[in-house]
Write a protein that binds this ligand. Structure first.
Ligand SMILES: Cc1cc2nc3c(=O)[nH]c(=O)nc-3n(C[C@H](O)[C@H](O)[C@H](O)COP(=O)(O)O)c2cc1C
Length: 331
């Protein structure tokens, strides 16, 4: 089956060029197993603080946990100090990551004010020092994930992409919104195409993939080497299998209600196995609600699922929602 362009990041060859975007608070190990199962070619951790790793924070270290079934795994770190980033990169490589990614895009104030994330896009000297130190520290593939920069021109993104290539970075993911734009407006896909024409290393496009056909469009419009999907996958992990079918020239298969229900329970169970029942159920209150977005009577489901404390409370709610809502196939 043809599944789009072959994507190789350094020595890591992906099964397909569809990548799960790093999402803080979402892309933990249980979620990654779900998208991997749905056919995603590469999963990525949530962003992990380089300082947290150096200070041996137990909570931060836990984020390095991985499972053979999700491989290959990219782990993303953020930070602003070259020496600390290099040490953190070593820890990540020793933990078994296949790829190390550096966050150049997070524009949350708390991160930017420390000089990390999107702040690096306007401090190229610091960015260069970080990339040099990290490249020297590890032999696994190194990638960066950037935004457009601090203005709409995209000039900072082009400059950072060039510099990254010269620094030995193996691939670049581009979310073409400015640092101040948050998630408003539309992603500037033509900038992905401009970056693709600027560098020879693989360029991964990201932003506003909502349907399987959007993946085909992004490849077509930008000539990018891979496509990264974020928010849509949160409640629709099957976007990956559907996009793979579209890339193979087939009609994406509808996800029926049984599949949807089965995946929600799988996700709940994977979370319970990882975090324990109490913590997992608290986390799953909002996460399960995302799976019924756009479906009839979903507000009522979201309201009741918000109170689950145990698996045995959750299962009948899920079951009742799907059996009583009178729905047939969706998607
Ligand atoms: C809840 C949430 C958390 C995110 N966390 C991260 C992160 O940890 N690291 C990162 O590089 N980008 C992060 N992003 C940005 C996404 O990776 C992605 O670039 C963005 O959502 C655009 O892609 P999409 O339109 O497919 O969602 C986050 C976005 C959201 C909505």
């Amino acid at each position: 089956m043809t599944t789009g362009p072959i994507l190789k990041i350094g020595k890591v060859k992906l099964a397909n060029p569809l990548i799960m975007a790093p999402l803080a608070g979402i892309t933990d190990l249980p979620f990654r197993l779900i998208v991997k199962n749905a056919g995603c070619g590469l999963v990525c951790s949530e962003m992990i603080s380089a300082n947290g790793l150096l200070h041996q924070s137990a909570k931060t270290f836990r984020m390095l946990n991985s499972d053979e079934a999700e491989k290959p795994l990219s782990i993303q770190i953020f930070g602003a100090d070259p020496a600390i980033m290099a040490d953190a990169a070593r820890i990540v490589a020793d933990a078994g990551a296949d790829i190390l990614d550096i966050n150049f895009g997070c524009s949350v104030r708390k991160v930017v004010k420390t000089g990390s994330g999107a702040a690096l896009m306007r401090t190229p000297d610091r960015a260069k020092a970080i990339l040099a130190a990290v490249r020297e520290a590890i032999s696994i593939p190194l990638t960066i994930k950037i935004r457009s920069g601090w203005d709409r021109s995209g000039d900072q993104a082009i400059a950072i992409a060039r510099m990254a290539e010269e620094s030995g970075v193996d691939a670049i993911a581009v979310h073409p919104r400015t640092a101040t734009q948050g998630f408003g407006g539309r992603a500037d896909w033509p900038l992905i195409g401009r970056i693709k024409q600027t560098v020879r290393i693989p360029v991964v496009g990201n932003g506003d993939i909502e349907r399987p056909d959007d993946v085909i469009e992004m490849f077509r419009q930008t000539a990018c080497d891979g496509v990264m999907i974020g928010r849509t996958a949160i409640g629709h992990p099957w976007i990956f299998s559907q996009a793979l079918q579209a890339l193979a020239g087939r009609m994406p298969k509808q996800v029926d209600l049984q599949d949807r229900q089965r995946i929600m329970i799988q996700y709940l169970d994977a979370s319970i196995a990882y975090y324990g029942e109490t913590v997992a159920c608290r986390m799953m209150r909002s996460r399960l609600g995302r799976f019924v977005k756009g479906l009839p009577h979903n507000a009522r489901f979201r309201e009741t699922i918000k109170r689950i404390r145990t698996r045995s409370e959750a299962l009948p709610l899920i079951d009742r929602y799907f059996s009583e809502s009178g729905m047939t196939a969706i998607d």
